[in-house]
Design a protein around this ligand. Structure first.
Ligand code: ADP
Ligand code: ZN
Ligand code: ZN
Length: 794
């Protein structure tokens, strides 16, 4: 065969062993189609396989020069290649459908996060599952995507000749149709909503040439209409000083073209979203596109509405509540260029935007930007890499920036990329930061108070009712979900297959495992037959307090004419329930919105004058070095819901730990207090951002086999770490701790072991681990996960 060109192909086989791409030749009849990003059919070990073209070149050597990020192993293998032995690709099955950066970013992620290349590539592919190969009768292969049919809609409009047509008096339906079309084209779906069946009328008027019917592609998933007044994105007449400073920093970064990072450190309500909107306007006017990441939890109709009312049809939205069809349509809107702005959760980063000119990550500190399954990437790091490669700015925004972002801005750069912080310490107009009152629950209890609400919170709630205002009440149930505990021996029932504590569900009288889903029927005290699984005592009683209990207390406290709206996992199960509850709250004259952490973020209701936190202590004492940062962020965010309008706001935080630095920092509006305390702890105990933290997890049903595999992998990894060029300037050498049993020792009948690596920032831990993995090799029944920059270490 005469090869016209060569391509580097990633096989669609999710295996660490096949993670490296392979070189194939392109026959001359396929040379026009085999472009980077397309899907090809190749022969691999005498079997047909799907692959994705990563790079194209005139010679195999040209490929390695074109992909500097590529793992060295593949590069070495290819240099020894005998040109005659390179197999040709058999067919091009689908054209390119990815963002420009997909190949380089996939390589980078695969290396950085020690993940199979195909898993990283899949992030960029159209939604709807893995495509399959189908063998046709004639022996050839076809690509089969999971069937998600495209939606179409039919638009009815008047023809120029039809403008003056007057239907006969008796033709009621025709007259209705003419009336409906008088102001412009209408879809058949809308016509059928407005009138009962008009299809016969449409047919007969179409035959007369009065109306015409056109079919066009319908984009499912943009039907997000909301009555929320704050979902408007009208530009303010004048930007604040802080906003102007932020925009000039973004402009400077764009001019620079090096992929600089700008951190907007702005208190809640300081107008960060407005900065994003203005920055995007500028990017669009330069003919480029923009991607905005928002935590899933704040991807509400309100947030989306602000972007849609500014940029209209050009906005595609991605969140987990979309159906498969909606997701595919939104993706197609981006690919076809109809949408030039994308707003979405973490994975929106991978949608097929071309000419990307800006990435914004709102609430940059949010934990949901870290993916919990392979590839275990952090959206901030991937976005920074994209910005670097694409030479466009990355904008991060937060009222409580992560320790990582703050440290990089303090240094001014991180791994060669410039990081700049811009402060926005004030709210626009007359809106002031709320007063914060700490209610000491210890004192309340010693005074005989046994209510859910302390005296200050009780009085403030009654005040709100009297003044006909609105309040937001946070009851974070994380760590506070009801569970059963034996009052005699302190035993908390755990799952038989996992070592996690079980959550109690009152309505069904069941204990449920949130790791594996097992359900156990129980009768807690005082029911007859209640018994502790350990000591047999009958005092196995319910602990913790659910949102429903707080709701009952609220209803009992407040007059009947105050609307109480509860928002938690149970009350927001329906597709639009979340939006409907918020609209109810918006429309009410006087109301209390009670909810879990889902109400803490992003909501902008100017009439809210009181924010209460039922109990602030849940997270302060969790065995996780980020727990305090999370607690601080949550309190700061929820406090930020108060006083966004003309009336001043008040915040009341109930706690048993009034002197905790987190509570003190929130109460005094003094973040430095918290940051100092938190940084000192992290520096002393060697935690990020001062080091990089990697967690390697090994699990299997056979305890001894899992343990010995973990030991072997740890030993080789430690040796590889020592062989890396060390970084004396960091003042530390890499540390490997373990392996030990995980905090959750067992999950789904698997025994879990892990080891942790603390390494200087900039050291290539990933390569030490991936070469250890290939040296030790895969073992049947043993699973390994590598989590670079780990968040969850349980
Ligand atoms: P953040 O994203 O920082 O929480 P927002 O962008 O939601 O803040 O702004 C808070 C409120 O202030 C919104 O109601 C917004 O419309 C308003 N706002 C923002 N910028 C300005 C400005 N320059 N002048 C007046 N109002 C503004
Ligand atoms: Zn379980
Ligand atoms: Zn007991």
């Amino acid at each position: 065969m005469n090869a016209a060109a060569y391509v580097l192909v990633a096989l669609d086989i999710p295996s660490r062993a096949l993670s490296d791409p392979f070189t194939y030749a392109v026959p001359s009849d396929l040379v026009d189609d085999a472009v980077p990003g397309c899907t090809v059919l190749v022969d691999f070990n005498h079997r047909p396989a799907l692959g994705y073209v990563l790079a194209l070149g005139g010679t195999p050597d040209a490929l390695s020069r074109r992909t500097p990020e590529e793992p060295s192993r593949a590069g070495r293998a290819r240099r020894g290649l005998d040109l005659r032995k390179i197999k040709p690709i058999s067919a091009v099955l689908a054209g390119p459908a990815c963002s420009d950066l997909f190949a380089e970013i996939s390589f980078w992620m695969s290396r950085e996060y020690v993940a199979p290349l195909s898993e990283c590539l899949r992030l960029f592919l159209p939604p709807g599952g893995t495509p399959r190969l189908r063998r046709r009768d004639d022996g050839s292969y076809a690509l089969e995507r999971p069937a998600v049919p495209e939606a179409h809609e039919r638009v009815v409009s008047l023809t120029p000749e039809g403008q003056d047509y007057v239907p006969p008096k008796t033709a009621t339906r025709q007259r209705q149709l003419m009336e409906a079309l008088a102001c412009g084209p209408v879809t058949t779906r809308e016509l059928n909503l407005l009138y009962t069946d008009l299809s016969a009328a449409i047919r007969s008027l179409a035959k007369k040439g009065v109306v015409r019917v056109d079919e066009r592609r319908a984009w499912r998933g943009i039907d997000d209409a909301t009555t929320l007044s704050s979902a408007k994105g009208t530009a303010p007449r004048q930007l604040t000083k802080g906003q102007q400073a932020a925009l000039s920093a973004i402009d400077a970064a764009a001019q620079d073209g090096c992929g600089d990072v700008v951190l907007i450190d702005g208190v809640t309500g300081s107008g960060k979203t407005e900065v994003y909107l203005s920055a995007i306007e500028r990017v669009l006017s330069r003919g480029r596109t923009a991607c905005v990441l928002v935590p899933e939890i704040s991807l509400t109709a309100q947030t989306v509405g602000r972007f849609r009312s500014r940029f209209g049809q050009a906005v595609a939205v991605f969140h987990s509540r979309l159906s498969a069809g909606e997701r595919l349509d939104q993706w197609d809107m981006v690919r076809s260029g109809v949408a030039r702005v994308v707003v979405g959760a973490r994975s929106a980063l991978f949608c097929p935007l071309r000419d990307l000119g800006l990435i914004v990550i709102d609430e940059e500190h949010e934990q949901s930007y870290k993916q919990g399954s392979s590839p275990r990437y952090h959206a901030r790091e991937v976005a920074a890499q994209m910005a670097r490669l694409g030479g466009f700015p990355l904008v991060l925004g937060s009222a409580t920036p992560s320790a990582e972002a703050l440290a990089r801005c303090r240094q001014g750069s991180h791994l060669g990329q410039r990081w700049t912080r811009v402060e926005m310490p004030e709210r626009p107009g007359s809106a002031k930061l709320p007063d914060i009152i700490v209610a000491d629950l210890r004192r309340e209890f010693s005074g005989g108070g046994r209510s859910v609400f302390s005296r200050p919170l009780r009085e403030a709630l009654l005040d709100v009712a009297e003044r006909r205002e609105k309040a937001v009440l946070l009851h974070n149930r994380r760590g506070f979900a009801p569970f059963l505990m034996c009052r005699d021996c302190g035993c908390v029932p755990t799952c038989k297959h996992c070592s996690t504590a079980l959550t109690y569900h009152e309505r069904t009288h069941t204990l449920e495992c949130h790791t594996c889903g097992s359900v156990y029927h129980v009768r807690p005290y005082p029911a007859a037959g209640s018994a502790c699984p350990k000591c047999g005592s009958r005092y196995l009683a319910k602990m913790g307090m659910g949102t429903q209990q707080v709701e009952d207390a609220l209803v009992a406290l407040l007059p009947d004419d105050v609307k109480v709206i509860r928002m938690d996992a149970d009350s927001t199960r329906g597709k639009d329930a979340h939006k409907q509850l918020l609209e109810e709250f918006d429309a009410a004259e006087c109301a209390v919105l009670l909810g879990t952490q889902m109400i803490a973020k992003g909501l902008d209701f100017p009439e809210v004058t009181l924010v209460g936190v039922v109990i602030a202590d849940y997270a302060l004492k969790m065995p996780d070095f980020r727990a305090q940062e999370r607690a601080y962020d949550l309190l700061e965010q929820v406090a930020g819901r108060a006083g966004r309008g003309d009336n001043p706001g008040r915040v009341i935080i109930q706690t048993y730990l009034p002197n905790d630095p987190v509570i003190q920092a929130v109460a005094k509006h003094d973040r430095a207090l918290f940051v100092e305390h938190d940084s000192r702890q992290r520096r002393e105990a060697l935690y990020p951002p001062y080091v990089r933290l990697t967690n390697v997890l090994v699990w299997g049903r056979n305890e001894a086999a899992a343990r010995s595999y973990a030991s072997e992998l740890a030993r080789i990894t430690a040796r590889n770490l020592e062989m890396l060029p060390q970084m004396p300037s960091s003042g530390m050498s890499p540390l490997l701790m373990g392996p030990t049993s995980c905090v959750i020792e067992r999950a789904k009948d698997n025994f879990r072991f892990h080891f942790i690596i603390k390494s200087p920032v900039g050291l290539d831990v990933s390569s030490a681990i991936s070469s250890a993995l290939s040296e030790v090799g895969a073992k049947p029944g043993i699973n390994v996960s590598v989590d670079v920059d780990a968040y969850d270490m349980m």
